[in-house]
Design a binder for this molecule. Structure first.
Ligand code: ZN
Length: 81
């Protein structure tokens, strides 16, 4: 997370926003979970487990939308046919 999702101030990674003082720890946790799901999806895609890649790609995007997650879903759908 580069910026605070509340006020868009640059986020330095100390748990709360330096400007609006919002507690951002849950956002950081969700972002970490999304990254983990992406890693699982990439690993599944490499092993040609397209069903698992699709599942974890979708989970990643539901936690935090990303271009990589979108592409993983696209590849898993196309290759899984
Ligand atoms: Zn803020």
């Amino acid at each position: 997370m580069d910026v605070c999702p509340i006020c868009k101030a640059a986020y330095a990674g100390q748990g709360s926003c330096r400007r609006c003082k919002s507690d951002l720890t849950q956002f950081v946790t969700i972002e970490g979970d999304a990254r983990e799901e992406l890693e699982i999806a990439v690993a599944a895609l490499k092993q040609k487990d397209y069903e698992s890649a699709l599942l974890h790609g979708k989970r990643a995007c539901s936690l935090k939308h990303s271009k990589l997650g979108e592409r993983l879903i696209l590849y898993a759908r196309a290759l899984g046919k």
